[in-house]
Design a protein around this ligand. Structure first.
Ligand SMILES: Cc1cc2nc3c(=O)[nH]c(=O)nc-3n(C[C@H](O)[C@H](O)[C@H](O)COP(=O)(O)OP(=O)(O)OC[C@H]3O[C@@H](n4cnc5c(N)ncnc54)[C@H](O)[C@@H]3O)c2cc1C
Length: 475
């Protein structure tokens, strides 16, 4: 190296030293924000948009190459009670009935204050979303609900993708800086335990450090991390999952390292109707619209609209631990919930019930008898076999359809302990200054079992609270 090159090298080294790159290995890209949101699913996007609406400079980190997480997979819709859309359909419902249903569905293990916050703010959060363009106005009935209160897209199709699209647009319009393929690895705290920012790695594995007044953890659940699932609930080792592959529980690990308490860690939901080996969900809304469940003998075995834990339990007691979701063309057209390519490829059809029975390998006479009896119950409005009260339609318009299903891991009710302001609590029950969490990464909202449609309300209600609180933290 000649003298001139040596001088140049020293100058570069001094510059890197001044920016901290040599000392910390951090890229210069790291920056100071008011709020850093970790996770770009529904909870993270709603927190980011709300924080930006409240004047904060927001950076959102997403480890995958695209936004959406499990929210992008959400099918049926968003629970809210007392909405104008229910009123238009003549459905009388209140936040209190929604509260009672949610507590009962969660076996009263839920934190009642969090459930109150969820149910009392769901309607307003739905309006906020619809204000961003989601148009969730069509009402569906899901298991464990006294009244139909799940709001789905007006034009049919799936709720999650619409929500992500509208919230991503709002976030970009409001100046939220979105960094994809950027994985948060650590929440940094000062000596007093106050949050100072987030460490992350970019797609090249380089470490970046972000300073922040407040951090929102919205990394979703851990349904795709079977090791972690088995750690907290050994009975579920080896189960399939409906979750996206990024649902690995990172936020729970980072929060715990920052001093957070965890809650209800054993409560992990299995969904009863998932295509074996594929992780493809056949939404509960199909049963809400009139589908039934039959076993390998062609017989019903459960009240199909019981909560997911009970229907899963009953399915696992059947021979082969599987069942068939059975419906006709009219129910299929009405529900529009099995139209995605991966669902269509799992459906089996028959012009008659006998033909369908032969194709799925169940006794034809038993299947015909089951359906004939069930149609009689629909007509009479009474189901003496299993006590189903909501029987939306007979199964009588060919072609007839069946899809083989078995329970799979779907949702983690387990997670970080929070209060009604979405503040993360430490093991003594005190809020960790500057740290917030929302969505599936938290525990306490759903208790031992989540009701269908309540996760989307959870992520938006608490995402918005977290965004607002984080934006004003320290003021
Ligand atoms: C198939 C399916 C259908 C469903 N249908 C419904 C429904 O109809 N109604 C309903 O209420 N609920 C439904 N749910 C449940 C609901 O979709 C989820 O519980 C909810 O969307 C979770 O939202 P979230 O924002 O908390 O997490 P997610 O949407 O999963 O978002 C978390 C994000 O954080 C990112 N992330 C994770 N770790 C890191 C890290 N270290 N750094 C940076 N980013 C990270 C993830 O990649 C992900 O994008 C369904 C779930 C599935 C799987």
């Amino acid at each position: 190296m000649n003298f001139r090159n040596k001088v140049a090298a020293i100058v570069v080294a001094l510059a890197l030293f001044a920016t901290g790159t040599i000392l910390t290995g951090c890229q210069p890209k790291g920056e100071q924000a008011d709020v850093v949101v970790i996770g770009g699913g529904g909870a993270g996007l709603s927190a980011a948009v709300t924080a930006a609406e409240n004047g904060a400079k927001v950076v959102l980190l997403e480890k995958m190459p695209m936004l959406g997480g499990n929210t992008l997979r959400a099918q049926t819709g968003f629970n809210a009670a007392g909405t104008k859309y229910q009123a238009e359909e003549g459905i009388t419902d209140t936040a209190d009935v929604h509260f009672q249903d949610t507590m009962k569905g969660g076996k009263d293990k839920n934190d009642p204050e969090l459930v109150k916050t969820l149910t009392e703010n769901a309607n307003e959060s739905l309006e906020w979303l619809n204000g961003l363009g989601t148009s969730l106005t069509k009402i569906q009935l899901l298991g464990g609900a006294t009244n139909a209160r799940t709001h789905a897209p007006t034009e049919g199709g799936y709720a999650g993708p619409v929500m992500i699209k509208c919230m991503e647009k709002a976030a970009r319009d409001k100046g939220v800086e979105i960094l994809l393929e950027t994985k948060a690895t650590e929440i940094t705290v000062d000596k007093n335990g106050k949050v100072t920012g987030v460490k992350a790695t970019d797609k090249d594995g380089k470490e970046i450090e972000f300073g922040a007044k407040a951090v929102v953890i919205a990394t979703g659940g851990f349904g795709a991390n079977n090791e972690m699932v088995a750690k907290y609930n050994a009975k579920l080792e080896g189960f399939d999952t409906t979750n996206h592959k990024g649902a690995t529980g990172d936020g729970i690990v980072m929060a715990e390292a920052a001093g957070a308490a965890l809650k209800d860690m054993e409560y992990i939901q299995i969904h009863p109707t998932v295509v074996p080996g594929k992780g493809v969900l056949i939404a509960e809304g199909m049963r809400g619209k009139g589908a039934i469940l039959v076993n390998a003998e062609g017989k019903r075995f459960v009240q199909e609209l019981k909560t997911r834990d009970l229907v899963s339990e009953a399915t696992l007691e059947q021979e082969g631990k599987y069942a068939f979701v059975l419906f006709d063309q009219a129910i299929r057209d009405d529900a529009q919930l099995v139209e995605a390519k991966e669902q269509q490829s799992s459906l089996v059809s028959g012009e008659t019930l006998e033909e369908l029975a032969e194709k799925i390998g169940v006794p034809a006479d038993a299947l015909v008898e089951t359906v004939t009896k069930y149609n009689g119950y629909v007509e009479a409005g009474e189901d003496p076999d299993f006590g189903r009260t909501k029987m939306a339609a007979k199964i009588e318009v060919g072609p007839f359809w069946a899809v083989k299903v078995t329970p799979a891991i779907h949702h983690t009710m387990a997670g970080i302990a929070i209060n009604t302001k979405a503040q993360v609590l430490d093991t003594d029950g005190n809020a960790i200054p500057g740290l917030y969490a929302a969505g599936e990464v938290t525990g306490g909202v759903h208790g031992a079992n989540r009701l269908g449609g309540n996760a989307l309300s959870d992520i938006i209600v608490f995402g918005r609270i977290a965004g607002k609180e984080a934006a004003s933290f320290g003021e």
